[in-house]
Write a protein that binds this ligand. Structure first.
Ligand SMILES: NC(=O)c1ccc[n+]([C@@H]2O[C@H](COP(=O)([O-])OP(=O)(O)OC[C@H]3O[C@@H](n4cnc5c(N)ncnc54)[C@H](OP(=O)(O)O)[C@@H]3O)[C@@H](O)[C@H]2O)c1
Length: 258
Protein backbone atom coordinates (compact mmCIF):
# COMPACT_ATOMS: atom_id res chain seq x y z
CA UNK A 1 0.00 0.00 0.00
CA UNK A 2 1.31 3.43 -0.95
CA UNK A 3 1.55 6.14 1.71
CA UNK A 4 0.64 9.41 0.01
CA UNK A 5 1.18 12.77 1.71
CA UNK A 6 -1.03 15.66 0.68
CA UNK A 7 0.54 18.97 1.67
CA UNK A 8 -2.41 21.32 2.04
CA UNK A 9 -4.76 18.33 2.31
CA UNK A 10 -7.41 20.41 4.08
CA UNK A 11 -7.76 22.94 1.23
CA UNK A 12 -10.22 22.89 -1.64
CA UNK A 13 -8.06 20.86 -4.03
CA UNK A 14 -6.18 19.01 -1.27
CA UNK A 15 -9.39 17.63 0.27
CA UNK A 16 -10.41 16.19 -3.11
CA UNK A 17 -6.97 14.56 -3.49
CA UNK A 18 -7.25 13.02 -0.01
CA UNK A 19 -10.76 11.71 -0.79
CA UNK A 20 -9.74 10.29 -4.17
CA UNK A 21 -6.64 8.55 -2.81
CA UNK A 22 -8.46 7.03 0.18
CA UNK A 23 -11.23 5.76 -2.14
CA UNK A 24 -8.56 4.20 -4.36
CA UNK A 25 -7.26 2.24 -1.35
CA UNK A 26 -4.14 4.22 -0.49
CA UNK A 27 -2.91 5.27 2.91
CA UNK A 28 -3.15 9.07 3.08
CA UNK A 29 -1.62 11.67 5.38
CA UNK A 30 -2.76 15.28 5.12
CA UNK A 31 -0.37 18.05 6.24
CA UNK A 32 -1.59 21.51 7.17
CA UNK A 33 -1.06 24.09 9.90
CA UNK A 34 -4.56 23.67 11.29
CA UNK A 35 -6.30 20.37 11.91
CA UNK A 36 -9.80 20.19 10.40
CA UNK A 37 -12.87 19.52 12.58
CA UNK A 38 -14.14 15.94 12.57
CA UNK A 39 -16.94 16.67 10.07
CA UNK A 40 -14.46 18.03 7.51
CA UNK A 41 -12.16 14.99 7.60
CA UNK A 42 -12.11 12.21 5.03
CA UNK A 43 -12.70 8.96 6.92
CA UNK A 44 -9.62 6.77 6.77
CA UNK A 45 -7.10 9.59 6.23
CA UNK A 46 -4.58 10.78 8.86
CA UNK A 47 -4.36 14.50 9.60
CA UNK A 48 -1.13 15.93 10.99
CA UNK A 49 -0.03 19.46 11.79
CA UNK A 50 2.96 20.69 9.83
CA UNK A 51 4.00 24.17 8.72
CA UNK A 52 6.01 24.34 5.51
CA UNK A 53 6.86 27.98 6.19
CA UNK A 54 8.53 27.40 9.59
CA UNK A 55 9.38 23.72 9.13
CA UNK A 56 7.54 22.78 12.35
CA UNK A 57 6.41 19.15 12.27
CA UNK A 58 7.40 18.60 8.65
CA UNK A 59 10.10 15.92 8.95
CA UNK A 60 7.98 13.81 11.32
CA UNK A 61 4.96 14.18 9.01
CA UNK A 62 6.85 12.91 5.96
CA UNK A 63 8.34 9.85 7.66
CA UNK A 64 7.65 6.73 5.59
CA UNK A 65 5.89 8.67 2.81
CA UNK A 66 6.19 7.16 -0.70
CA UNK A 67 4.77 10.03 -2.77
CA UNK A 68 3.61 13.56 -2.15
CA UNK A 69 1.12 15.99 -3.69
CA UNK A 70 1.62 19.67 -2.88
CA UNK A 71 -1.67 21.59 -2.93
CA UNK A 72 -0.81 24.50 -0.63
CA UNK A 73 -1.89 28.01 -1.39
CA UNK A 74 -1.57 31.57 -0.09
CA UNK A 75 -3.39 34.50 -1.65
CA UNK A 76 -1.70 37.71 -0.47
CA UNK A 77 0.89 39.48 1.62
CA UNK A 78 3.83 37.81 3.33
CA UNK A 79 2.26 34.36 2.99
CA UNK A 80 2.09 34.73 -0.80
CA UNK A 81 5.67 36.00 -0.90
CA UNK A 82 6.72 32.92 1.08
CA UNK A 83 4.83 30.46 -1.16
CA UNK A 84 7.66 29.75 -3.64
CA UNK A 85 10.05 29.18 -0.70
CA UNK A 86 7.50 26.81 0.85
CA UNK A 87 7.59 24.73 -2.32
CA UNK A 88 11.40 24.61 -2.13
CA UNK A 89 11.07 23.58 1.55
CA UNK A 90 8.59 20.85 0.55
CA UNK A 91 11.06 19.42 -1.95
CA UNK A 92 13.96 19.58 0.53
CA UNK A 93 11.91 17.81 3.21
CA UNK A 94 10.77 15.20 0.67
CA UNK A 95 14.40 14.58 -0.27
CA UNK A 96 15.38 14.10 3.40
CA UNK A 97 12.47 11.68 3.87
CA UNK A 98 13.28 9.66 0.71
CA UNK A 99 9.92 10.43 -0.94
CA UNK A 100 9.94 8.84 -4.41
CA UNK A 101 7.80 11.33 -6.35
CA UNK A 102 6.61 14.87 -5.64
CA UNK A 103 3.68 16.37 -7.53
CA UNK A 104 2.85 20.08 -7.61
CA UNK A 105 -0.55 21.52 -8.45
CA UNK A 106 -0.31 24.89 -10.16
CA UNK A 107 -2.04 26.99 -12.83
CA UNK A 108 -1.77 26.84 -16.63
CA UNK A 109 0.59 29.46 -18.15
CA UNK A 110 0.92 31.29 -14.81
CA UNK A 111 4.30 32.62 -15.93
CA UNK A 112 2.56 34.57 -18.72
CA UNK A 113 0.58 36.76 -16.30
CA UNK A 114 2.36 39.55 -14.40
CA UNK A 115 0.00 39.38 -11.42
CA UNK A 116 1.96 38.57 -8.23
CA UNK A 117 -0.13 35.51 -7.38
CA UNK A 118 0.50 34.00 -10.80
CA UNK A 119 4.22 34.84 -10.68
CA UNK A 120 4.45 32.97 -7.35
CA UNK A 121 2.74 29.97 -8.97
CA UNK A 122 5.23 30.05 -11.85
CA UNK A 123 8.18 30.22 -9.43
CA UNK A 124 6.91 27.12 -7.61
CA UNK A 125 6.62 25.21 -10.85
CA UNK A 126 10.18 26.16 -11.78
CA UNK A 127 11.53 24.82 -8.49
CA UNK A 128 9.85 21.46 -9.18
CA UNK A 129 11.03 21.37 -12.78
CA UNK A 130 14.61 22.19 -11.78
CA UNK A 131 14.88 19.99 -8.68
CA UNK A 132 16.95 16.83 -8.80
CA UNK A 133 13.99 14.75 -7.56
CA UNK A 134 11.41 12.79 -9.56
CA UNK A 135 8.65 15.37 -9.91
CA UNK A 136 5.45 16.02 -11.81
CA UNK A 137 3.88 19.42 -12.30
CA UNK A 138 0.15 19.51 -12.99
CA UNK A 139 -0.89 22.74 -14.70
CA UNK A 140 -4.63 23.11 -14.15
CA UNK A 141 -7.27 25.50 -15.42
CA UNK A 142 -9.45 27.46 -12.99
CA UNK A 143 -11.74 25.46 -10.67
CA UNK A 144 -15.53 25.61 -11.00
CA UNK A 145 -15.50 26.95 -7.42
CA UNK A 146 -13.34 29.94 -8.40
CA UNK A 147 -15.69 31.23 -11.09
CA UNK A 148 -18.74 30.35 -8.96
CA UNK A 149 -17.10 32.32 -6.14
CA UNK A 150 -16.69 35.40 -8.35
CA UNK A 151 -20.41 35.24 -9.23
CA UNK A 152 -21.42 34.73 -5.58
CA UNK A 153 -19.26 37.64 -4.37
CA UNK A 154 -20.69 39.99 -7.00
CA UNK A 155 -24.28 38.85 -6.39
CA UNK A 156 -24.01 40.10 -2.80
CA UNK A 157 -23.95 43.64 -4.22
CA UNK A 158 -26.51 42.93 -6.95
CA UNK A 159 -24.20 42.19 -9.89
CA UNK A 160 -23.14 38.87 -11.38
CA UNK A 161 -19.97 39.92 -13.20
CA UNK A 162 -19.32 38.64 -16.72
CA UNK A 163 -15.91 39.95 -17.79
CA UNK A 164 -16.01 41.06 -21.42
CA UNK A 165 -14.23 38.77 -23.87
CA UNK A 166 -13.39 36.17 -21.20
CA UNK A 167 -13.94 32.40 -21.35
CA UNK A 168 -13.07 29.69 -18.87
CA UNK A 169 -12.46 25.95 -19.10
CA UNK A 170 -13.20 25.25 -15.46
CA UNK A 171 -12.44 21.88 -13.92
CA UNK A 172 -13.83 20.14 -10.84
CA UNK A 173 -11.43 19.43 -8.01
CA UNK A 174 -12.58 15.78 -8.12
CA UNK A 175 -11.48 15.42 -11.77
CA UNK A 176 -8.21 17.16 -10.94
CA UNK A 177 -7.63 14.90 -7.93
CA UNK A 178 -7.65 11.86 -10.22
CA UNK A 179 -4.91 13.45 -12.35
CA UNK A 180 -2.81 14.42 -9.30
CA UNK A 181 -3.03 10.96 -7.71
CA UNK A 182 -2.18 9.25 -11.01
CA UNK A 183 0.91 11.46 -11.29
CA UNK A 184 1.91 10.71 -7.69
CA UNK A 185 1.74 6.97 -8.33
CA UNK A 186 3.60 7.24 -11.61
CA UNK A 187 6.65 4.98 -11.17
CA UNK A 188 10.11 5.74 -12.47
CA UNK A 189 12.52 8.57 -11.94
CA UNK A 190 11.77 10.77 -14.96
CA UNK A 191 10.26 14.21 -14.62
CA UNK A 192 6.84 14.85 -16.07
CA UNK A 193 4.34 17.63 -16.53
CA UNK A 194 0.72 17.53 -17.58
CA UNK A 195 -1.96 20.08 -18.32
CA UNK A 196 -5.47 19.45 -17.05
CA UNK A 197 -8.51 21.39 -18.17
CA UNK A 198 -12.24 20.98 -17.71
CA UNK A 199 -14.45 19.41 -20.39
CA UNK A 200 -15.64 22.60 -22.11
CA UNK A 201 -14.62 26.16 -22.91
CA UNK A 202 -17.50 28.47 -21.97
CA UNK A 203 -17.99 32.20 -22.19
CA UNK A 204 -18.20 33.88 -18.78
CA UNK A 205 -21.53 35.47 -19.74
CA UNK A 206 -23.06 32.05 -20.42
CA UNK A 207 -21.62 30.72 -17.15
CA UNK A 208 -23.02 33.72 -15.26
CA UNK A 209 -26.51 33.05 -16.68
CA UNK A 210 -26.23 29.35 -15.72
CA UNK A 211 -25.14 30.35 -12.19
CA UNK A 212 -28.07 32.81 -11.87
CA UNK A 213 -30.56 30.17 -13.02
CA UNK A 214 -29.16 27.47 -10.73
CA UNK A 215 -29.00 29.67 -7.62
CA UNK A 216 -32.20 31.65 -8.22
CA UNK A 217 -30.22 34.85 -7.62
CA UNK A 218 -32.03 38.12 -8.33
CA UNK A 219 -28.73 39.88 -9.13
CA UNK A 220 -28.16 41.11 -12.70
CA UNK A 221 -25.69 39.47 -15.05
CA UNK A 222 -23.54 42.45 -16.02
CA UNK A 223 -20.83 42.70 -18.67
CA UNK A 224 -17.79 44.39 -17.12
CA UNK A 225 -14.29 45.19 -18.36
CA UNK A 226 -11.47 43.51 -16.45
CA UNK A 227 -8.44 45.81 -16.58
CA UNK A 228 -4.86 44.88 -15.75
CA UNK A 229 -2.58 41.99 -16.56
CA UNK A 230 -5.06 39.37 -15.37
CA UNK A 231 -7.73 40.77 -17.70
CA UNK A 232 -5.30 40.74 -20.63
CA UNK A 233 -4.25 37.17 -19.75
CA UNK A 234 -7.86 35.96 -19.72
CA UNK A 235 -8.92 37.83 -22.88
CA UNK A 236 -5.97 36.24 -24.72
CA UNK A 237 -7.36 32.83 -23.71
CA UNK A 238 -4.13 31.91 -21.94
CA UNK A 239 -6.15 30.22 -19.19
CA UNK A 240 -7.50 27.67 -21.70
CA UNK A 241 -6.10 24.28 -22.76
CA UNK A 242 -8.74 22.89 -25.18
CA UNK A 243 -6.35 20.13 -26.26
CA UNK A 244 -6.08 18.92 -22.63
CA UNK A 245 -9.75 18.66 -21.69
CA UNK A 246 -9.36 15.79 -19.22
CA UNK A 247 -12.17 16.68 -16.81
CA UNK A 248 -15.65 15.22 -17.26
CA UNK A 249 -17.73 17.28 -14.79
CA UNK A 250 -19.05 20.43 -16.49
CA UNK A 251 -19.80 23.73 -14.77
CA UNK A 252 -23.53 22.91 -15.12
CA UNK A 253 -22.99 19.46 -13.54
CA UNK A 254 -21.15 21.16 -10.68
CA UNK A 255 -23.97 23.69 -10.23
CA UNK A 256 -26.54 20.89 -10.21
CA UNK A 257 -24.54 18.97 -7.61
CA UNK A 258 -24.30 22.02 -5.35
N1 LIG B 1 -8.38 28.10 -7.44
C1 LIG B 1 -8.20 27.76 -8.71
O1 LIG B 1 -9.05 28.01 -9.58
C2 LIG B 1 -6.94 27.01 -9.09
C3 LIG B 1 -6.79 26.62 -10.43
C4 LIG B 1 -5.66 25.89 -10.80
C5 LIG B 1 -4.70 25.58 -9.84
N2 LIG B 1 -4.89 26.00 -8.56
C6 LIG B 1 -3.85 25.63 -7.57
O2 LIG B 1 -4.39 24.89 -6.52
C7 LIG B 1 -3.59 25.12 -5.37
C8 LIG B 1 -4.48 24.88 -4.17
O3 LIG B 1 -5.53 25.84 -4.16
P1 LIG B 1 -6.78 25.70 -3.19
O4 LIG B 1 -7.78 26.70 -3.63
O5 LIG B 1 -7.18 24.27 -3.04
O6 LIG B 1 -6.11 26.21 -1.81
P2 LIG B 1 -6.81 26.44 -0.40
O7 LIG B 1 -8.21 25.93 -0.40
O8 LIG B 1 -6.58 27.86 -0.01
O9 LIG B 1 -5.97 25.49 0.57
C9 LIG B 1 -4.65 25.79 0.91
C10 LIG B 1 -4.10 24.67 1.76
O10 LIG B 1 -2.72 24.96 2.07
C11 LIG B 1 -2.52 24.80 3.47
N3 LIG B 1 -1.41 25.65 3.87
C12 LIG B 1 -1.28 26.99 3.69
N4 LIG B 1 -0.14 27.42 4.23
C13 LIG B 1 0.49 26.32 4.75
C14 LIG B 1 1.71 26.12 5.45
N5 LIG B 1 2.53 27.14 5.77
N6 LIG B 1 2.05 24.86 5.81
C15 LIG B 1 1.22 23.82 5.53
N7 LIG B 1 0.05 23.95 4.88
C16 LIG B 1 -0.32 25.20 4.50
C17 LIG B 1 -3.87 25.20 4.07
O11 LIG B 1 -4.07 24.72 5.38
P3 LIG B 1 -3.68 25.63 6.68
O12 LIG B 1 -4.14 27.02 6.39
O13 LIG B 1 -4.39 24.97 7.83
O14 LIG B 1 -2.20 25.51 6.81
C18 LIG B 1 -4.81 24.46 3.10
O15 LIG B 1 -4.86 23.10 3.42
C19 LIG B 1 -3.06 26.56 -5.54
O16 LIG B 1 -1.72 26.68 -5.15
C20 LIG B 1 -3.14 26.82 -7.02
O17 LIG B 1 -1.86 26.71 -7.59
C21 LIG B 1 -5.97 26.70 -8.16
Amino acid sequence: MTLLAVVGGTGLAGRAVVAHAVAAGHQVRSLSRHLPPADKRVAGADYVQADLRTGAGVDAALKGVDALVEAMDARAGAALQALPVMSVATLAAADRAGVQRCVLLTIVRAGECRMGYYQAQAARALSYEQSGLATSVVYATQFHNLVGGIFAAGAKVGIIPAFKGVSFQTISTADLAAVLVAQALHGGQEKSSVRAGGPAVQGMHEMANAWKLATGSKALVTALPLPGSFGAFLRAGKNLVPDAAVGTETFSDWLAEK
